[in-house]
Ligand binder design. Structure first.
Ligand code: ZN
Ligand code: ZN
Length: 351
């Protein structure tokens, strides 16, 4: 069914008179609009799209299925006017909306913060969305393969990150989903280290976490390399454990499976190897128009995996003073079980 029709049905089934969408990713998902200023008002029967004069032409080309309104003044004032014209006195708004939006509507309307309206639709990817995600994966993989020979002793983390970002952009990524992580040696013990001027040294584990983009959709992946040098044995053992955890979690995934059980599959393996204290984060997260979205693959997650979901599997082990390993793949739940979208090899590469 058409996305706008689905959201109208949700407005009705959640007993709302109207729903105001302010999250730009959600607006894009529902209308096709790619600009940076918009509000979307959905009633049980209609949809009204508001943007400012800069986007008049773009809205005309991109927005489908809505009445497009380009007010002279503030968008929210025009939303209020439209609501009064429709004789709507109560409405839902997104749980993560800015306070200014609440403030601008609270006099005159009964308001209800609602979670998971558009997000519940975005959870299951359509064929076209999966195609774009695959392209985002491909661009990221090609960019990495291109710069990988440059990951060697003597180069700085920052220069690797910079070259990778450039390669992503050259392959058509309009946006870089998050700051690329290149963390080596002791820095690799921090799961979210930012690239520094540190040079790669013999014996360093080098964690590279990056993502691509295509048509607004993101990809997210991590590979860890090892530089020939001291202390190889321990580091190889850590790598081997994380790789087994990654494979075990992927095997556990499937339609109808609890996300928490997928996390457990990775976590138990790491615990059994004696590294349980060094895996502090969840095993994965959904990826789509946002780099982190539902489902959450963690022990406390209540999510149940369904066909069409796309998420990461990214167990890691981080040991202060030694370094860290993370191996992150993207997985899609297909008709016949989980499909790994990431194609880059993941056996340990010693460089
Ligand atoms: Zn990542
Ligand atoms: Zn991730």
């Amino acid at each position: 069914m058409d996305r706008l029709e689905s959201i109208k049905e949700l407005v009705s089934s959640r007993r709302l008179k109207a729903f105001l969408v302010s999250d730009l990713k959600n607006v894009r998902y529902l209308t096709g609009f790619r600009g940076s200023s918009a509000l979307l008002l959905v009633t049980r029967k209609e949809a009204f799209f508001f943007t400012d004069f800069r986007y008049r032409e773009q809205a005309r080309l991109e927005v489908k299925g809505c009445e497009v309104i380009v007010p002279e003044g503030a968008l929210l004032r025009r939303v209020r006017r439209t609501l009064r014209r429709l004789r709507v006195h109560s409405l839902g708004f997104e749980f993560n909306a800015p306070y200014s939006l609440y403030h601008g509507l609270k006099n005159g309307f009964r308001l209800r913060a609602v979670r998971n309206m558009v997000e519940s639709l975005r959870l299951k990817k359509e064929r076209e969305e999966i195609r774009l995600i695959r392209t985002a994966v491909k661009r990221a993989e090609e960019a990495f393969s291109e710069i990988k020979p440059e990951i060697r002793r003597g180069v700085t983390e920052r220069s690797v990150a910079l070259r990778l970002e450039e390669a992503l952009r050259r392959r058509g990524c309009q946006r870089i989903p998050f700051d690329i992580i290149v963390a080596s040696g002791e820095n690799a013990a921090l799961p979210h280290a930012s690239p520094s001027e540190k040079r790669l040294e013999p014996g360093d584990l080098v964690v590279v976490d990056w993502g691509g983009e295509a048509g607004g959709y993101f990809s997210d992946m991590t590979r860890t390399l090892l530089l020939e040098g001291p202390g190889m044995e321990t580091k190889m053992r850590i790598y081997d454990t994380v790789l087994k955890a990654n494979r075990s979690a992927i095997r556990a995934a499937g339609a109808g499976v609890k996300a928490a059980d997928v996390d457990r599959a990775a976590r138990e393996l790491i615990e059994r190897a004696g590294f349980g204290d060094f895996f502090g984060h969840g095993t994965g997260h959904g990826v789509g128009l946002d780099i982190h979205e539902s489902p959450r693959i963690s022990l406390i997650s209540k999510d149940i995996l369904m066909e069409g979901m796309v998420f990461t599997i990214e167990p890691g082990v981080y040991i202060p003073g030694v370094g860290g390993v993370r191996i992150e793949d993207m997985v899609c739940i297909g008709e016949k079980g989980p499909r790994v979208l990431t194609r880059l090899p993941k056996r340990l590469e010693v460089v």
